[in-house]
Design a binder for this molecule. Structure first.
Ligand code: ARG
Length: 471
């Protein structure tokens, strides 16, 4: 068939909008236009919203109590039968999830089923469904973020004696407790939980009752629909309500930040499991081998978590770009929101679960980490602080210690291995107590302000962190 020639669809059409049309829909366009293959995920939300709308129509006097009861029971039947046998999704030419539910309803309840769409449009319906669906997903994701936090706390608690090098510019900087590293990621995820809760509040607004764009002319009590569906508030402008996808953008934004945090955990773990670092070992359960090199143990779990960040960012960009040029109010472009949002939620959930498993099974090589933390002049700042305590201005102390480090590098030793006499050659303020100051233990213990890596601080931070996620 020549390109562009109309392809007729011989399936029985069960469109919701056929009256005005005399010609059939081109099959290629139809496949392009239909969203049922993906928006079927909104099925349960669509039925739930439909039941609430049915109740509102009854209260408004549009449906008698007998009619409303019949519609409710038909909707319950549809929910039960399709959930029991999801293959029914594949045996229908439905355009989208809304037409699927409505055509089923008409099959069961006959002409009465056709009354349900009174005062409602697919525009306020789809916005309602998506908000209902996303609210549940946010709750799941919130729980999974908390699980990662819990795994970090357990890992910290089980390894309280472990010291690792802390880095800036990926150069050895100052020693830190491994538990302090765990708590750094805990804090990132704590902000994610806050962000998700805030996004949830703006997701939890009822658009139903906005109809196509102008509002509904039936006496629907929107506040009562909101209460029934668990929405905290109702939308204030019908034009905005049917064309607003800020809640999707915000969710994708919050998910992108979660993904950034997971990617950073992943990157640290990938790095620290290399032979060069050797601080961690991944469990076999979350590593893979090479088909060619028998010795390999690859951190694929963490690499995928790192990589999938790109996918989530892509969805955020796609959503922003889809929305940016749209005139008011609803436009079909907005159907493109679903696959991005669905995949964002799925990917975030997968990444969170895998990260929890990796952390729960991570082995920490204490002696290797400690040896690394004791080398590389990471106590140089300590020596400068020591001189400051003895009365030297910090800038001068910095310069003095810089020269001592240079000497130590030349003689291939660490600061604490230089003889006292040699150290005193740089400053007479240096005494025998310098070696205590240079020890790993005192380096850590002095960082005792809130937020520091001193062991008692970190212990207290773990206790506080546990409480923060228990409420
Ligand atoms: N499948 C559509 C979507 O996802 C539902 C709304 C359709 N509304 C319309 N006026 N065609 O956006």
């Amino acid at each position: 068939m020549p390109r562009g020639k109309l392809q007729m669809n011989d399936e029985t059409d069960n469109k919701l909008w056929g009256g005005r049309f005399s010609g059939p829909t081109d099959a290629t366009f139809r496949a392009f236009n239909d969203s049922f293959r993906f928006d079927r995920r909104l099925f349960a939300a669509d039925v739930r919203g439909s039941i609430a709308h049915c109740n509102a129509l009854q209260a408004a006097g549009v449906l008698s109590s007998v009619e409303a009861a019949q519609i409710r029971s038909a909707l319950d039947t549809i929910l039960e039968t399709v959930q029991a046998d999801p293959s029914q999704f594949d045996q229908t030419p439905a355009e989208d999830v809304h037409s699927f539910v409505e055509s089923r309803l008409i099959q069961i309840a006959g002409d009465l089923g056709g009354k349900l769409h009174t005062g409602r449009s697919r525009n306020d319906q789809v916005a309602t469904d998506l908000r209902l669906w996303l609210r549940d997903e946010i709750d799941l994701i919130f729980g999974l973020v908390t699980e990662v936090q819990r795994a970090l706390l357990e890992l910290a608690q089980a390894n309280m004696s472990v010291v690792i090098p802390g880095y800036t510019h990926l150069q050895r900087a100052q020693p830190i407790l491994f538990a302090h590293w765990c708590l750094a990621y805990f804090e990132m995820l704590a902000r994610d939980r806050e962000r998700l809760s805030e996004v949830r509040r703006r997701v939890n607004v009822l658009p139903l009752g906005s109809a196509a764009l102008a509002g509904t002319s039936y006496a629907i009590d929107r506040e009562s629909v909101a209460r029934e569906l668990g929405f905290e508030s109702i939308s204030r402008n019908s034009l905005d309500a049917v064309s607003d996808r800020d809640f999707c953008l915000e969710f994708a934004g919050a998910a992108a930040i979660v993904a950034t945090h997971l990617s950073r955990i992943a990157e640290d773990i990938i790095l620290y499991t290399t032979t060069e670092f050797g601080f961690f070992e991944l469990s076999d359960a979350v590593a893979t081998g090479s088909s060619l090199m028998p010795q390999k143990k690859n951190p694929d779990s963490m690499e995928l978590v790192r990589g999938k960040g790109g996918r989530i960012f892509g969805h955020l960009m796609a959503l922003l770009t889809t929305m940016k040029g749209l005139p008011l109010a609803y436009n079909k472009d907005m159907q493109e929101d679903k696959e991005s949002i669905f995949d964002t939620a799925d990917t975030a959930k997968e990444c969170l679960s895998v990260t929890t498993t990796v952390l729960r099974n991570l082995r920490v090589n204490e002696s290797r980490a400690r040896a690394a933390a004791e080398q590389g002049y990471m106590n140089a700042t300590e020596l400068a602080d020591y001189l400051v305590r003895k009365g030297m201005p910090f800038r001068e102390a910095h310069d003095t210690v810089g020269r001592i480090v240079k000497r130590a590098i030349d003689s291939q030793s660490e600061l604490q291995d230089l003889p006292l006499d040699e150290l005193r050659g740089f400053s007479s303020l240096i005494d025998g107590d310098v070696f205590v100051a240079l020890s790993l233990e005192s380096t850590l213990a002095t960082k005792s302000q809130t937020g520091g890596t001193a062991p008692e601080r970190v212990e207290a931070a773990i206790t506080a962190a546990r409480q923060r996620i228990s409420s």
